[in-house]
Design a protein around this ligand. Structure first.
Ligand SMILES: Cc1ncc(C[n+]2csc(CCOP(=O)(O)OP(=O)(O)O)c2C)c(N)n1
Length: 559
């Protein structure tokens, strides 16, 4: 039996027990709980918008591999829900709490109120209402279970009272019960069926040109070391999605790079030539497969996923393995007779990768002005500490870093946006809160940075010391790729739909209290990054690049 306590005390003790160290919120929500949180040492990060709060909770969750919390009052619910699209697509266990009007105010034009359920349905795994304080114990525990189980994802609790006050102020006999396995993900590691593992091992041994494609699910499961061991045993080249980039270090001879649309052409070529592809924790969506053209239709596919309904979603499986990636790959290794020596196929893959590297190195080392984005990636590669985390925004920022930035230490990480422009900067602040001992660097374009510029003030106020590298070309550069062919030779003002005023972000950052450095020459990038990494305040390193530099186009096999 529990003891008598307020909803606020229950929420706070439960958060504390589940390891929550920070909550991200827009006022006014669960005020009494926020006061209790101060007493229990949970940091309260007040943001400038609900969407930024959701992105911070997402970054926090991905850094910690556990749940992150964001909250807003009733009128902020739509903004908060919009911030859940990225964690939903990126499989991140964000727990979103909102307030909601009392029953008596419903269906009579209450101020600031719309229905919340439909807003959250498409971006959550679990979307429920809390109507009484007595429901809190089972619903809050269920929220943690749902968020961290299987393929992780956001959940939403709509709490009675515009500010959730009707639940947090009420008292009842409540028992705080912490279920340790749901304080992190994977919450459970399901084992695959052993007969199916043996069948997969047999096919792998028979394949002449196998390739692994590791996705975000491989990272969620911390399966990187097992995947590399498996690859080494049978000489399998390893490609990854952007989310799976941490699977294998840059200099590993079997690494062929990020495949798909935001990709290296060498990875696309090798995966399209494979005679067996093993997808591990991959959504097999359009981005990682370059619109389902790589691997080629008809290529035999083995798929490993914790969610059985993913097996065969886009590529029919010759064998589908339901299980945790780390455990399943381990079982696969145990079922194989080791081959060990590097195969002809792997040697061929190495040759193609080398050709890609030889082509890109002059761009990565370029001393051109305006500065090339490839050069920024090389400098970040060289300056990122061995335990550093690079957080990257979407679009070109994802292409540049996915292809040109190299992970060189096993403890380094790359955490990527699942597609919502502007996510990178606020998410990096959450990442730093979730991994306070790791240096955190964010790579964003100026277009992405504009979205949540105001959060520089949050970073300063809350002492969240990150380095934000802004690739500043005063434009939505990626959009030009689409705009140019439509304009063709037609006269007109393209700039109106993709260019911005030239702005000095370094000066804005300084005004707010950050370190701000503006870099216009390639020789100055390294010094600026080093200074920023050592600074005792958040910093912005703004690097002026040229709008003429387009990112590499994805290679696809002739149709
Ligand atoms: C929420 C959202 N709106 C629009 C887009 C489409 N989009 C993708 S990349 C991009 C331009 C990004 O510009 P910037 O951050 O400056 O980087 P650059 O392309 O200049 O390197 C846009 C508008 C998106 N991904 N997400």
């Amino acid at each position: 039996m529990g003891k008598k306590m307020s909803g606020a005390r229950f929420i706070t003790e439960t958060f504390k027990g589940y390891g929550i160290t920070h909550v991200f919120f827009m006022e006014i929500i669960l005020l009494q709980s926020l006061v209790e949180m101060e007493a229990l040492g949970i940091k309260r990060i007040l943001t400038h918008s609900e969407k930024a709060a959701a992105y911070m909770a997402d970054g926090y969750a991905r850094a910690k591999r556990g749940p992150g919390v964001c909250m807003s009052q009733s009128v902020g619910a739509a903004n908060l829900a919009s911030g859940l699209q990225d964690p939903y697509l990126g499989h991140s266990p964000v727990i979103a709490l909102t307030g909601r009007q009392d029953f008596i105010a419903q269906y009579r034009n209450a101020y600031q109120e719309i229905l919340h359920g439909p807003l959250f349905d498409p971006v959550t795994k679990y979307n429920i209402k809390v109507d009484t304080v007595e429901q809190l114990p089972h619903l809050l525990r269920q929220a943690f279970r749902e968020a961290t189980s299987g393929s992780p994802g956001p959940v939403h609790l709509d709490i009675l009272g515009v500010q959730g006050q009707m639940i947090e102020k009420a008292e009842a006999e409540l028992e705080v019960l912490i279920e340790k396995s749901f304080t992190h993900y994977p919450s459970k590691r399901p084992e695959p069926e052993i007969e199916v593992v043996k069948e997969a091992a047999r096919l792998l041994e028979e394949a002449e040109k196998p390739v692994i494609v590791a996705g975000g699910g491989a990272i969620a499961s911390s399966a990187g070391p097992e995947i590399v061991e498996l690859a080494e045993m049978v000489s399998i080249p390893v490609a990854s999605s952007l989310a799976g980039k941490e699977t294998i270090l840059e200099n590993h001879p079997l690494n062929v790079g990020v495949v798909g649309r935001y990709s290296r052409w060498c990875a696309n070529r090798i995966v399209s030539e494979a005679d067996l592809v093993i997808f591990i924790g991959s959504g097999t969506g359009d981005l990682v497969t370059n619109n389902w053209r790589i691997p080629r239709v008809g290529t035999p596919v083995i798929q490993i996923d914790i969610n059985p309904s993913e097996l065969g979603r886009s590529y029919p499986n010759v064998v589908g393995l339901m299980g945790d990636a780390k455990v399943t790959v381990q079982r696969l290794k145990e079922s194989l007779r080791s081959r060990n020596s590097i195969s002809k196929w792997a040697q061929y893959a190495q040759k193609i990768v080398k050709a890609w590297r030889d082509e890109m190195e002059p761009l990565r080392s370029s001393n051109a002005t305006p500065i090339r984005p490839e050069k920024i990636c090389k400098e970040i590669t060289e300056c990122l500490p061995s335990n550093g985390i690079l957080v990257v925004d979407t679009g070109y920022s994802a292409i540049w870093t996915g292809t040109m930035f190299y992970l060189t230490h096993p403890d380094q990480r790359l955490i990527r946006c699942a597609g919502s422009l502007g996510w990178g900067f606020p998410a990096s602040l959450g990442v730093k809160c979730g991994a306070p001992d790791s240096p955190v660097v964010c790579f964003t374009g100026d277009g992405g940075f504009w979205y949540h510029l105001s959060e520089l003030e949050t970073a300063c106020r809350c002492g969240i010391k990150t380095v934000t590298v802004v690739n500043n070309n005063s434009a939505f550069r990626q959009c030009l790729d689409t705009i140019n062919p439509i304009y063709g030779d037609r006269p007109g003002n393209k700039d109106e739909i993709c260019k911005f005023r030239e702005v000095n972000f370094a000066r804005i950052a300084q005004e707010i209290g950050c370190l701000g450095i503006r870099v216009e020459h390639p020789d100055d990038i390294s010094g600026a990054l080093k200074k920023a990494l050592k600074a005792d305040v958040p910093s912005v390193v703004e690097i002026i690049t040229g709008i003429e530099y387009g990112a590499p186009k994805p290679w696809a096999p002739p149709q």
